[in-house]
Design a protein around this ligand. Sequence first.
Ligand code: MRU
Length: 350
Amino acid sequence: MTFDSLPDTLRWENNRFFIIDQTVLPENFIEIELQTRDEIYAAIRHLKVRGAPAIGIAGAYGLCVCAQAHIDKPYSAFVSEVQQDAHYLSSARPTAVNLCWAIKRMIRKIHSSRSKDTAKVYESMVNEASKIHKEDLALCEAIGRHGKNLITKGCGILTHCNAGSLAASKLGTATAPMYMAAAEGVSFRVYTDETRPLCQGSRLTAWELQRAGLDVTLICDDMAASTMSKGLINLVIVGTDRVAANGDVANKIGTLGVAIMAKFYGIPFYVACPSTTFDPATETGKDIVIEQREASEVCHFGDKRTAPENIKVLNPAFDITPKELVTGIITEKGIIMPPYDKNLKQLGVK
Ligand code: MRU
């Protein structure tokens, strides 16, 4: 396989910002342009662009689009308006640390700019956003290099949600070891959980892995245990939205169940992420804010209502997998093994 065929989930060209609209995949593969602060906020909030690294990059480019609207204002008004936009965009989704991380980095860039010429400050913002994007590309490649040896000929890998090209840059995070192993001619099978309620596994992971020519099988979330019990899964690799200082990880709802099942069947459970997803300021998983989403996502399958009117619904978008269930964390610096509190610090990860 060649990596060139992998989709570019975000694109900045001639001061214009484009994303692949992930809400209409796999039926429609279209790019849309985001031109206003509200469009950017809504695209992140409604998962047109999603996945921890991708929403970080979207926040950075998005802030550049916001800055365009203030470029003719005096410097202090420009900075104050962009700061308000930054605050607003950061609030679009709470769990993935990458969004706030990237936006904070953009604000630091504005303050470190020696020029008070708003056009020059804007230029430095665009450079910084594109640097964040390019860095993510390299981080994903390094994750792939460190993780690919976990994948052996004939093995079966389970993944959950989408931590692929669509969620990051090119190789993705959980998919990077898969793409690299495939490029080296290793043959293996991937099983992707459907990932209710929004079906990122079936709509996105199944689409992108199939498109890349990998051997991928879709299963419903409730088939994971029986698939493991039949010996079809030898390895689990998932992404994450935030890793706490002690090694607890937040990821798409259902990841905790997969980790518990993997433990039961003695299957290694790896989490793949760049160091931009580590949050040393958050001590444990209990301190991670879990996004609660609309009941309608659970009460419907697509446009069809699948639950009675007025039913009480729980819809947390993420869950916390305790560090004890995580075999290792595949990062750009290598695979970090327990004890995570000590080893994350030692590796100088963020
Ligand atoms: O709600 P989503 O689709 O943004 O959730 C995404 C995930 O849970 C991913 O696994 C995570 O962000 C890692 S993406 C490389």
